[in-house]
Design a protein around this ligand. Structure first.
Ligand code: FEO
Ligand code: CA
Ligand code: CA
Length: 624
């Protein structure tokens, strides 16, 4: 390497100094700030569409960045993408992972023309990942699959030609399913976290199933481990011994999605029952230091983690909102014990290094009358004690779902992303859908989840009492109940008569002007089919919470989900991820119904998840 990373960072005046000048932290409401000029939702809305491609308003253009397999830009290690999937596991460890998801842009200079794009890679399509699929699993395929998930840090630059990835870059990094990590917080080192390979219970290899994300005020990236359970397996007979906690988290032998356990023993639940306790966390990554060890923050609780959306309470403590994406699971809030040291300079970053390790976790209860309460998940309080199966706070955190049951939190319709309005501080969450609401033996509708057989999901929002994120109580309402109002009994309700319809909202992002970007994830199995027909392919919309108007902005290729969204600080670029285009959903079906972005016809190329950089042709502010 002619210019190694450390010396580059030193030459740049250290990574921390770069952050000090230009990093952007989390959403901290600032009632005095005003939206930048420009009409709101002035773009030409696009119709719902089943077209196999990207459709944006005519006054916008998009370009492609960083499709699966693209070299990440690690100096001296940039294997080109092999369209026949011949890249090795070692190659994949330094290439774009699959299934791009949550994402953030960290500016590297004042112009915002240079920055780090940090994104999650949620899961793998094994049929696409390996030349011959996975009729036969091998140890090499397990490794490649683990390397195709996690996080990418890439450097991007803007010029007259748009955005380009910088390759190589001293910041380029892949964090994946075999990257060494530290475990911190109250659960670290406790009995349920100890394994044969790590008797100290304080270190683990890898993060995977990385879905939504968050950004701390001090400029680190939080990646969330969602469907980690599917990667742990074992012989079917072992399922007999599954504990209630294992069943609740879905880590039951025989129900695995992939056969990792046959080749890498830490994934075998019958031999290493504690290994899955080390997944399902929020993981903090310093994007500016490629040598920094990622840290799993156990104080935030273990769940199928969705979002770690940060803000600051009136007294200066950090507040993190999180969802748990399964049917009938909870919404959580963490309030740090200590105050955030403001800023993103080296001193602030050092002072905030342990901020996510001490604090109080809560689960939400949504009551009738639009009121709600945060219920503390603290050992020794409200039944969270040994008599109910919690030996200590570590067990409360590792089995946060069970703790939520004891305190009586509200079972939600699959909480996904959480976004905070930059001026009002109102918190919005997508509840993507729940077809089992009201089924026999399942919870029925309640105030916050009002529809039985909730096929289309919606967006709920709340306002903390006194405008203080640390408040124990809040007021809530529904921003939108999604769906097709023409469907009999759909119960769809939009905030205004001027709203385009959608279903299964998932990704959610507020830009600093207060526009709400909504992304959808209807399952590939239902796209184009009744009762979803008129919704078309998955899409992205822009909402103005002030007026309730919602306008469709983008529609995606066949089979894809639109997820991951960040508007640059100057609001002139919108980065969006296209995930799993053409996804084959049926077991054993290897056909994909799209070859986006490389081929025009399905079957002509392996479809690839990728990032879009979208801008107005006139260079104006997006969404206006
Ligand atoms: Fe990965 Fe809950 O979406
Ligand atoms: Ca999602
Ligand atoms: Ca989803």
């Amino acid at each position: 390497m002619t210019l190694d990373r450390r010396s580059f960072l030193l030459q740049s005046g250290s990574a921390a100094a770069v952050v000090a000048l230009f990093g952007q932290g989390c959403a901290v409401p600032s009632p005095s700030s005003t939206a930048l000029p420009g009409s709101v939702l002035g773009f030409t809305g696009v119709p719902a569409s089943l077209r196999d491609g990207i459709v944006v308003p005519p006054e916008y253009e998009w370009q492609l960045l960083y499709p699966w397999g693209t070299p990440t830009g690690v100096t001296g290690r940039m294997p080109p993408f092999a369209p026949d999937a011949r890249n090795s596991a070692e190659d994949q460890a330094v290439q774009a992972g699959m299934h791009h998801d949550g994402m953030h842009f960290f500016a590297l200079d004042a112009s915002g023309d240079r920055g780090l794009l940090v994104m999650n890679h949620e899961y793998t399509d094994e049929q696409l990942l390996h030349t011959d699929g996975v009729k036969e699993w091998t140890a090499e395929k397990v490794r490649k699959s683990l390397h195709a998930m996690g996080v990418s840090v890439i450097e991007v630059r803007r010029s007259g030609q748009g955005w380009q990835q910088v390759q190589p870059s001293p910041f380029a990094r892949r964090v994946h399913g075999n990257t060494a990590m530290r475990i911190a917080g109250p659960a670290a080192g406790t009995p349920l976290m100890r394994t044969a390979a790590n008797p100290a219970g304080d270190a683990v290899f890898g993060t995977f199933a990385n879905c939504a994300m968050g950004v701390t005020p001090w400029g680190t990236y939080l990646t969330c481990e969602e469907n980690f359970h599917g990667y742990f397996g074992g012989p079917k007979e072992a399922a007999r011994n599954a504990t209630p906690a294992q069943r609740r988290y879905g880590t039951v032998a025989g129900s695995q999605w992939v056969e990792y356990w046959r080749f890498e023993e830490r994934f075998d639940l019958s031999r290493h029952p504690n290994e899955p306790h080390r997944f399902g966390w929020v993981v903090e990554i310093d994007p500016f230091d490629p040598t920094a060890t990622p840290v799993k923050r156990t104080a935030l609780g273990r769940k199928r983690q969705e979002s770690a959306t940060c803000t600051i309470a009136k007294d200066g403590r950090l507040v993190v909102y999180m969802g748990d994406d399964s049917r009938f699971e909870y919404i959580y809030k963490f309030v740090s014990r200590d105050k955030v040291r403001p800023g993103t300079d080296a001193a602030a970053r050092a002072a905030n290094r342990h901020l996510l390790d001490e604090g109080t976790l809560h689960a939400a209860r949504y009551d009738t009358g639009g009121r709600g309460k945060w219920l503390e998940l603290t050992h020794g309080r409200d039944g969270l004690d040994a008599a109910h199966g919690f030996a200590d706070q570590a067990e409360v955190l590792i089995h946060a779902r069970l703790a939520g049951d004891i305190v009586g939190a509200t079972k939600m319709d699959r909480p996904e992303w959480i976004a905070i309005h930059p001026q009002s501080g109102e918190v919005y969450v997508t509840l993507t859908n729940n077809s089992q609401r009201g089924d026999a033996g399942k919870p029925g509708p309640d105030a916050a989840n009002p529809r039985t057989n909730n096929l289309f999901g919606g967006i709920l929002r709340w306002r903390e009492d006194g405008g203080d994120a640390a408040s124990p109580g809040f007021s809530w309402d529904h921003f939108a109940l999604a769906g097709d109002p023409a469907q009999p009994g759909s119960g769809a309700r939009y905030p205004s008569g001027d709203a385009d319809m959608f279903g299964a909202p998932d990704g959610l992002h507020f830009d600093k002007g207060g526009l709400l970007w909504i992304q959808t994830d209807l399952s590939g199995q239902v796209l184009g089919k009744a009762p979803y027909t008129s919704l078309g392919n998955n899409q992205m919309l822009c909402a103005d919470p002030a007026s309730g108007r919602i306008k469709r902005f983008l529609t995606g290729p066949n089979g894809c989900e639109i997820t991951g969204c960040v508007v640059t600080p100057d609001r002139r670029t919108l980065f969006v991820n296209i995930q799993h285009p053409g996804e084959a959903r049926d077991d054993g079906d290897t056909k994909h119904n799209s070859a986006w972005p490389d081929g025009a016809e399905p079957g002509s190329a392996r479809p690839r998840s990728a990032t879009l950089a979208i801008r107005r042709r006139d260079g104006g502010i997006v969404g206006t």
